[in-house]
Design a protein around this ligand. Structure first.
Ligand SMILES: *[C@@H]1O[C@H](CO)[C@@H](O)[C@H](O)[C@H]1NC(C)=O
Ligand SMILES: *[C@@H]1O[C@H](CO)[C@@H](O)[C@H](O)[C@H]1NC(C)=O
Ligand SMILES: *[C@@H]1O[C@H](CO)[C@@H](O)[C@H](O)[C@H]1NC(C)=O
Length: 439
C-alpha cells in the first residue's frame, strides 16, 4: 500500500508538475490546420503568379479544399496566414492593414469566409519593429494590434521574433498575451520566444513561456528536405529532458510545419514525419498545395489512427528510448490507462541508408510495457493486428531505409497488479539493448 501511494504521488507530480499554464481553454490537444509559410513563402507576385502568391484567393482556395477533400473531417481546422500579408505601412489611424491589392476585401471578410466553412482563422505577426520579411511588427502597438485581431475575429495568432531583442521577449511575449486576453476573444497564442533566446545563448524560462503561450517554437524553421527533418528529430531527441516536460494540454512544443506532399521527402520519409509529429504531441499544420497533392501523401496526412495518437487527451509528449547504429525507438504514453499502466504509441525509425529493410526485434517489456495483462498491438500504417501480446513477447518489425513502423499498444484491463511502475524509467534500460540485425 505504501509503495502504491508513493507511486501514485509520483505520477501526479509527473502529470501535473506544470502548475500554472495559459488558461484560455484552447489547444487542449495540439492544434491542427494549414499554414502557408513552408510551401508558399513570401511570394507576393500576384501579377505573374496569381495562383501561388500570398493572397485572399490562396487562403479561400485552401479553406475550400480542407473541407471538400476531407481534411476537416479528420480534425484539421485552422487556416493560417503567415508573413507577407501586410501593407508596408500602417493606416493613418495606426492600425495594421493588409496589402490592398492581394487582400482586396480586407481581413475581416476573409475571416468571415473561413468561418462560414466551419473552420478557424489564424494570422501572423512579429514581436519586433518588423516581421521577418520586413512588414510592420507589433512593437509599440501591442494593445492596438491585439484588439485589431479580435475585431477581425482571429482565432490563432503566431507571433514571430525577428527585429526584436531576445532579452526583451520575457516581457514582450507575456505583454502581448495579456492584451490578447483583455480583448475577451479566445485566440490560440503561438510564440517564437524560446527559439530566438536559444539562438542568442540564453536559457528560456519555460515556466513563464507555458504561462503565456499555447505553443512555441524550439528550433529551426523546417525546410523542404529530409536533412532538415532529421535535424529536427535529432534536436527533439537530444534535448528531450528539457523539452518533453513542458508539453501538456494547452501548451505544446512546436517542431514546425508538416512538409508532407511537397518536393523534398520520399513516401517513406513522409510517413516518418507524420508518425514522429504524433509521438512529439506536435501541432499538425500542413504546408502543402492541397490542389496538387498526390493521393498517397493525402492518405498519410489523413491517417486517423496516427492523428488519434497526436491528439491523445493525456497530452504527454513521447521520448526517444533507444538509438543505436541508425535505429531509433520512440515511445509515447497514451490512453487508455488501466490501473497505473499506460498504453503506448511506439515508433521504430530507420535512419540507415543501406537499401534494404532493417529487422528490429524487441520485447514489450524491454520498451517499458510491463503490464501482465498484456497489450493489444496494432500497426498504424499497415493493416496488421498482432492481437494481445504479453510483455515477454518479442515484436519483430522490418523498417525501410529512412522509414518507419508505427505501432499502438493498448493496455488490457488490469484486475490486480502490485508492481509500482514509472512509465519511462524502465524504458531507459533499452539503451543497452543491441539486438537488431541486418538481413
Ligand atoms: C525599434 O524602433 C525604435 C524606434 O526607431 C528603436 O528605438 C528601437 O531600438 C527598435 N527596437 C529594436 C529591437 O530594434
Ligand atoms: C483570460 O485569462 C483568464 C485568467 O487566466 C482566463 O480565465 C480567461 O479565460 C482568459 N480569457 C481569454 C479570452 O483568453
Ligand atoms: C521564470 O518565470 C517564472 C514565472 O513567470 C518566475 O516566477 C521566475 O522567477 C522566472 N525565473 C527566472 C530565473 O527568471
Amino acid at each position: 500500500m505504501y509503495k502504491l501511494l508513493t507511486w501514485a504521488s509520483g505520477l501526479l507530480v509527473f502529470l501535473f508538475s506544470i502548475t500554472r499554464a495559459l488558461d484560455n481553454g484552447l489547444a487542449r490537444t495540439p492544434p491542427m490546420g494549414w499554414l502557408a509559410w513552408e510551401r508558399f513563402r513570401c511570394n507576393i507576385d500576384c501579377k505573374n503568379d496569381p495562383e501561388n502568391c500570398i493572397s485572399d484567393k490562396l487562403f479561400r482556395t485552401m479553406a475550400d479544399l480542407v473541407v471538400s477533400e476531407g481534411y476537416a473531417s479528420v480534425g484539421y481546422e485552422y487556416i493560417n496566414i503567415d508573413d507577407c500579408w501586410l501593407d508596408k505601412r500602417r493606416a493613418y489611424t495606426g492600425h495594421l492593414q493588409p496589402d490592398k491589392a492581394r487582400f482586396a476585401y480586407g481581413i475581416k471578410d476573409l475571416s468571415n469566409y473561413i468561418h462560414s466553412k466551419g473552420l478557424k482563422f489564424g494570422i501572423y505577426e512579429d514581436y519586433g519593429n518588423y516581421t521577418c520579411a520586413g512588414y510592420p511588427g507589433v512593437l509599440g502597438n501591442l494593445e492596438l494590434d491585439a484588439f485589431t485581431f479580435a475585431d477581425w475575429e482571429v482565432d490563432y495568432v503566431k507571433l514571430d521574433g525577428c527585429y526584436s531583442l531576445p532579452r526583451d521577449m520575457d516581457k514582450g511575449y507575456s505583454e502581448f498575451g495579456f492584451h490578447l486576453n483583455r480583448t475577451g476573444r479566445k485566440m490560440v497564442y503561438s510564440c517564437s520566444w524560446p527559439v530566438y533566446q536559444i539562438y542568442n545563448g540564453m536559457q528560456p524560462n519555460f515556466t513563464a513561456i507555458i504561462e503565456h503561450c499555447n505553443l512555441w517554437r524550439n528550433f529551426d524553421d523546417i525546410q523542404d528536405s529530409w536533412a532538415s527533418l532529421e535535424s529536427i528529430i535529432d534536436y527533439y531527441g537530444n534535448n528531450q529532458d528539457v523539452i518533453v516536460p513542458n508539453a501538456g494540454p494547452g501548451h505544446w512544443n512546436d517542431p514546425d510545419m508538416l512538409i508532407i506532399g511537397n518536393f523534398g521527402l520520399s513516401y517513406e520519409q513522409s510517413k516518418v514525419q507524420m508518425a514522429m509529429w504524433a509521438i512529439l504531441a506536435a501541432p499538425l499544420l500542413m504546408s502543402v498545395d492541397l490542389r496538387t497533392i498526390r493521393p498517397e501523401y493525402k492518405a498519410i496526412l489523413q491517417n486517423r489512427k496516427i492523428i488519434a495518437v497526436d491528439q491523445d487527451p493525456l497530452g504527454i509528449q513521447g521520448r526517444r528510448i533507444y538509438k543505436h547504429k541508425g535505429i531509433e525507438i520512440w515511445a509515447r504514453p497514451i490512453t487508455p490507462i488501466s490501473q497505473h499502466f499506460f498504453s503506448y504509441a511506439i515508433l521504430f525509425l530507420n535512419r540507415r541508408t543501406d537499401g534494404t529493410p532493417s529487422d528490429v526485434a524487441v520485447t514489450l517489456s524491454e520498451m517499458g510495457l510491463t503490464s501482465t495483462s498484456g497489450y493489444r498491438i496494432e500497426d498504424l500504417y499497415e493493416d496488421v493486428d498482432y492481437g494481445v501480446l504479453t510483455p515477454q513477447t518479442k515484436i519483430k518489425v522490418k523498417v525501410n531505409p529512412s522509414g518507419v513502423v508505427m505501432l499502438r499498444a493498448d493496455v488490457q484491463p488490469v484486475y490486480r497488479q502490485i508492481t509500482p511502475y514509472d512509465p519511462f524509467r524502465q524504458a531507459f534500460s533499452l539503451r543497452t539493448l543491441n539486438d537488431f540485425k541486418k538481413k
